[in-house]
Write a protein that binds this ligand. Structure first.
Ligand SMILES: Nc1ncnc2c1ncn2[C@@H]1O[C@H](COP(=O)(O)OP(=O)(O)O)[C@@H](O)[C@H]1O
Ligand SMILES: [Mg+2]
Length: 383
């Protein structure tokens, strides 16, 4: 399990994230109108993970993006600057990662990681690590962060753990039941951003992990018995599900399974994985209202840090007031097209509503278009 959590993000020039700041907690839920930048924030978190994996060209290709798409529309600078603040799982400050990503070269030309006395720095084509007290010329090609390439002996322990926290994060931002029905070539270490490698991933999973997934699934699907995967031909894996109806067992291949079950299976699978950070876009999509509570409890109770987005006020009704107060973030766009974040229940009108109603009811009772006026007033008042 992971050692770290992201507590703050600051971004300059990643799509609509211009001069953007956001605090995060263990369970963070982003809400806001269409186009306010919810998916963009998840994409940015995934981008950070990819910096540590070092395959930016592949990452762009998977999304069918070009490097040009990464910056704000009319910004002439091709640099993305960011700062990530990290705490340990108790919430104590652990470290900071600052970087400058050049979208023309697909790499961070400057970086600085500071964990207490431990430092790692990249600048002027050199890197420096405090424990070796030397600087080294960078002679290798790399994409993303230099940390994706530097070998372990050159890295201080906290920096390695930090790199692995990001490398291990799982984003289901492109989750699609259509992709999850695919037969896949294995092996695979993750289920993929769209769930496209689910069958290969489950095929090689340790039995105890598989049982953990099965027992969660049984809680929501009473007929569900077990997961079965098989190899069709060398390397091609299919997922099947065994269900029991009146003592008779039936096997169904993934391509005949319903969307909701596949989505829940993807969420459960990631929640029992070793990842320290899980990201899901529009969690309520395709899931029966009866099962939403299960999904929320799963994600709030897991030890991993979780970031989700939702359009559904119902989701908020399943959150305790304290979780909602600290973790629901409202995203909106300024007139210039920049995404901004504000703690939803810190807005005075919502604070008041929360005294009388549940978080979801307070959300339903709010006209998001009018909310912008109130926030605008708050900001002008601060100035
Ligand atoms: N390169 C860019 N620069 C600035 N804004 C962008 C860029 N690309 C997309 N956008 C804006 O972001 C919006 C999409 O944001 P998104 O995060 O998908 O919204 P949602 O909150 O609905 O998930 C687009 O409608 C567009 O307005
Ligand atoms: Mg979206």
């Amino acid at each position: 399990m992971s050692d770290y959590r992201i507590s703050r993000l600051e971004v300059e020039n990643f799509k609509s994230l211009v001069d953007f700041r956001m605090d995060l907690v263990k369970f963070t839920c982003l809400v806001g109108l269409n186009g306010s930048g919810k998916s963009t924030v998840l994409q940015f978190v995934d981008f950070l993970s990819e910096l540590m994996r070092g395959n930016l060209s592949e990452w762009l290709m998977e999304r069918q993006w070009s490097a040009n798409d990464l910056c704000f529309w009319d910004e002439s600078s091709k640099l993305i600057r960011f700062l990530v603040e990290i705490t340990d799982i108790e919430g104590r400050h652990a470290g900071i990662w600052k970087g400058e990503f050049n979208t023309l070269l697909l790499k961070c030309e400057r970086e600085e990681l500071v964990f207490g006395d431990t430092k790692f720095k990249v600048f002027d084509n050199k890197f420096e690590a405090s424990h070796t007290q030397k600087s080294y010329d960078i002679t290798m090609d790399y994409e993303g962060s230099l940390l994706s390439k530097v070998r372990d002996p050159f890295l201080p322990e906290p920096v390695k753990r930090f790199r692995d926290f990001f490398r291990g994060s799982r984003t289901l931002e492109l989750l699609s039941p259509r992709l999850m029905r695919q037969r896949t070539k294995g092996p695979s270490e993750t289920i993929g951003r769209g769930g496209e490698r689910l069958s290969a991933y489950l095929h090689d999973l340790l039995p105890e992990k598989r049982h953990a997934i099965e027992s969660e699934l049984k809680r929501v699907y009473p007929h569900f018995q077990k997961l079965a995967t098989r190899e069709l031909e060398p390397d091609v894996r299919v997922l099947e599900i065994v269900e029991d109806f009146q003592g008779k067992q039936f096997k169904t291949e993934a391509r005949h399974l319903n969307d909701g079950l596949l989505r829940i299976l993807a969420m459960i699978t990631n929640s029992v994985s070793d990842a320290g950070l899980l990201v899901f876009d529009e969690i309520e999509n395709g899931i029966n209202p009866e099962l939403v509570e299960f999904v929320i409890n799963l994600l709030v109770e897991t030890e991993q840090q979780v970031i989700v987005t939702t359009h559904s006020p119902m989701i908020l009704n399943y959150l305790d007031d304290e979780v909602a107060k600290s973790g629901v973030i409202y995203l909106y766009k300024t007139n210039e097209g920049f995404t901004r974040s504000i703690l939803f229940f810190s807005i005075p009108s919502l604070q008041k509503k929360l005294e009388l109603m549940g978080p979801g009811e307070a959300f339903v009772d709010t006209n998001l278009l009018e909310l912008f006026q109130e926030i605008d007033g708050l900001i002008k008042g601060e100035k």
